[in-house]
Write a protein that binds this ligand. Structure first.
Ligand code: PLP
Length: 379
């Protein structure tokens, strides 16, 4: 198990620089956390639910392991609007995508071979290393646009895919996802599809759910999160979809959850329900539009500088080439000469070397200021 030094090292370098240069204003474009508060519809639902919990008539104790019907029903309707039919028993409410992405391994045999793209959201790799599983990597790089496709010669049982991707911001189209679904069906494999950023997909031709692809219900599990879509990073709620057509994994997950999990709090589930209301959807869209305006600006400046990158459209992440430089040298240059902080791609895997991640989660003013500094540095 490798030490998880990426964000700790960044924090150390930034605080050392700040201590030596207290007059410099540093702009953070490395964080993967949201900055806009919860929307009004969500807060109102939360206040109402807290009051209910304080009254004898409306108090609730333990809820269903898989989530209350009012929320799984709202999620089912959300999928339906995007053309995907689900049964509410296929939806499991969670305290976020990270825990479910990790815990899902409980229902897979120890001898399953795991396929993980490189670079990658580190949780996929680390959770499997912790369990001592065999992990194979698939190269995600500039030549495949950071959207690797299956290699028929490589045999795997569990495949991790993330689209829109963290860290690369790249998004699979339907034809590309179909290649993965076909591979999984042929190899009797299961795709663990992380759709934590699905709400950022505005291009109607691109899939927001793997279940938009024919055959996916027989080979895929989908993980979703309200963290980046509705500002729930600190509130904690997500959901996982396990189709009934997928072996016996739906029943096994319910068995696992009823053994190790006692559900998400009633108050948070009411807040999550509000995300899917008409008002909630409008309000979270307004917030996501702010991030996407930032992303578009970052991408536009990089284009004007001729810097190769992925993301910035349909994703809050921008993954850029450091040219001849190594990721950490690029980090130091940006910190010292532009006072801008990003994330070195090398921290996400060997193919991340020579690349750098910027996020759109700051405010527009700071994003513009940071990009002005970067422009001055590279013009
Ligand atoms: N999946 C991906 C790809 C992420 O980038 C993140 C958070 O950064 C998560 C899952 C975790 O989401 P949650 O906050 O719902 O646990």
């Amino acid at each position: 198990m490798q030490d998880s030094y990426l964000f700790a090292t960044i924090a150390q370098k930034v605080s050392a620089y700040s201590a030596a240069h207290p007059d410099k204003e540093i702009i953070k474009m490395g964080i993967g956390d949201v900055t806009i508060p919860l929307c009004k519809a969500v807060v109102e639902a939360g206040v109402k639910a807290v009051k209910e919990m304080g009254e004898k008539e409306t108090f609730r104790g333990y809820g269903p392991y898989e989530g209350y019907d009012f929320l799984t029903g709202a999620i089912r309707n959300y999928y339906k609007k995007n053309g995907v039919e689900l049964d509410i028993s296929e939806i499991f409410v969670s305290d976020g995508a990270k825990s479910d992405v990790a815990n899902i391994l409980d229902i897979f045999g120890q001898d399953n071979v795991v396929l993980v793209p490189d670079p990658v959201y580190p949780v996929y790799l680390d959770t499997n290393v912790m369990l001592g599983r065999e992990v194979k990597f698939i190269d995600s790089n500039k030549s495949n646009g950071f959207l690797p496709l299956p290699d028929g010669k490589v045999k795997a049982d569990i495949i991790y895919l993330c689209s829109p991707n963290n860290p690369t911001g790249a998004v699979y189209n339907k034809e590309q996802l179909k290649c993965w679904v076909d591979y999984a069906l042929k190899n009797d494999a299961v795709i663990l599809f992380d759709a934590a950023y699905e709400f950022y997909v505005t291009d109607k031709t691109l899939p927001r759910s793997i279940f938009e692809i024919e055959g996916a219900k027989k080979c895929a599990i989908e993980f979703c999160s309200l963290s980046k879509t509705a500002g729930f990073t600190g509130t904690r709620c997500g959901y996982t979809v396990i189709p009934k057509a997928l072996k016996n994994l739906n029943a096994m997950w319910l068995r696992r959850q009823s053994t190790k999990f006692n559900g998400v709090s009633y108050v948070v589930q009411r807040m999550a329900e509000a995300v899917f209301s008409e008002k909630g959807q409008e309000q979270i869209k307004t917030n996501v539009d702010v991030y996407m305006k930032n992303a578009k600006h970052i991408s536009g400046v990089l284009n004007s500088l001729g810097i190769w990158h992925t993301g910035g459209v349909n994703s809050p992440y921008i993954w850029l080439s450091c040219g001849e430089m190594k990721s950490w040298d690029f980090f130091d240059k940006l910190l010292e000469q532009a006072n801008v902080v990003g994330t070195p791609g090398a921290g996400f895997g060997k193919n991340g070397e020579g690349f750098f991640r910027l996020t759109a989660f700051n405010n527009y003013e700071n994003t513009c200021k940071a990009m002005q500094r970067i422009e001055k540095l590279f013009k």
